[in-house]
Design a protein around this ligand. Structure first.
Ligand code: CO8
Length: 258
């Protein structure tokens, strides 16, 4: 793995872990850091030994938002020319499952990064907010879209207009977060889940991810056709033959991701 400045990577069996690692500024996301996260995700996506990606933060926060100092002097033209959101678009193209483990502050761009994850596990101390309004701006990396699709228009407006902190308990109740754990158990539980997912047939896992994400974006019938194509595609995989043969032979299947 490459030498990164603002993140750390390590693998645990078939789980590729990405640590946000700028703890002195609560993992505030500068542009290089976002590019590093993207590079790590893309490297894991290409690595046949990795089946699941786990994203977590070092220090006392997941991420307290975009780096305010870095963007304070930007203007519309410099932002257009930077085209930083191309990196964010590519983050959401990751094929393998991405599990986010969130503790402490999960704010602004940090919350948007969490919303790119397929599943979110949170510590009981996690706090979620879009504080951009207090800076005179608004979410720019998908927050207004992804939060609205998850919790609906009225609640999303309340959260984004308010800019206030919300507890992880609220986030679970609204379906933003899947599971809640005591802080000292969060990473252990997240890695445990990731390991279990990494034992599932990888092709089926990724085609399910693709189909479920499709459901968020397209009308039902179009999604149904998409699901069907992925379903058929799995019938040309070795894993489908192995999975069904193993069932018939009453043994454990050995999935290869082919
Ligand atoms: N950017 C830069 N530095 C930050 C940020 C940030 N978002 N958040 C915290 N820091 C720094 C602080 O400046 C401080 O640095 P130093 O020690 O050098 O003074 C250090 O982290 C620790 O922070 P605090 O001392 O403030 O810690 P507290 O526990 O007192 O407070 C808070 C924690 C409440 C999280 C507070 O730091 C805070 O309000 N931070 C800003 C939160 C915020 O407004 N986030 C939204 C940013 S805007 C955004 O995300 C827009 C996204 C647009 C698209 C994404 C593009 C990447």
């Amino acid at each position: 793995m490459a030498d990164y400045q603002y993140i750390k990577t390590e693998t645990d069996g078939r789980v590729g872990i990405v640590w946000l690692n700028r703890p002195d500024v609560l993992n505030a996301l500068n542009r290089k850091m976002v590019y590093e996260i993207l590079s790590a995700f893309e490297a894991y996506d290409r690595d046949e030994d990795v089946r699941v990606i786990l994203l977590a933060g070092k220090g006392r926060a997941f991420a307290a938002g975009a780096d305010i100092e870095e963007m304070a002097e930007d203007d519309a033209v410099s932002m257009e020319l930077l085209n930083q959101f191309a990196d964010w678009d590519r983050l959401s193209l990751t094929k393998k499952p991405v599990i986010g483990a969130v503790h402490g502050y999960c704010l602004g761009g940090g919350f948007e990064l969490a919303l790119v994850c397929d599943l979110l596990f949170a510590a009981d101390d996690a706090q979620f907010a879009f504080p951009e309004i207090k800076l005179g701006v608004m979410p720019g990396a998908g927050g207004t879209q992804r939060l609205t699709k998850l919790i609906g228009k009225s609640r999303a407006l309340e959260w984004i207009w308010g800019g206030d902190m919300h507890t992880s308990k609220e986030a679970v109740e609204l379906g933003i977060v899947n599971r809640l754990y005591p802080k000292d158990l969060l990473f252990k539980e997240a890695i445990q889940y990731a390991r279990l997912l990494s034992e599932k047939p990888p092709l089926a896992v990724r085609l399910i991810k693709e189909a479920v994400h499709k459901a968020v974006d397209v009308p039902l019938q179009e999604g149904m056709y998409f699901e069907r194509k992925n379903f058929y595609l799995l019938f040309s995989s070795e894993d489908q033959k192995e999975g069904m043969q193993a069932f018939v032979e009453k043994r454990k299947a050995e999935f290869k991701g082919r």
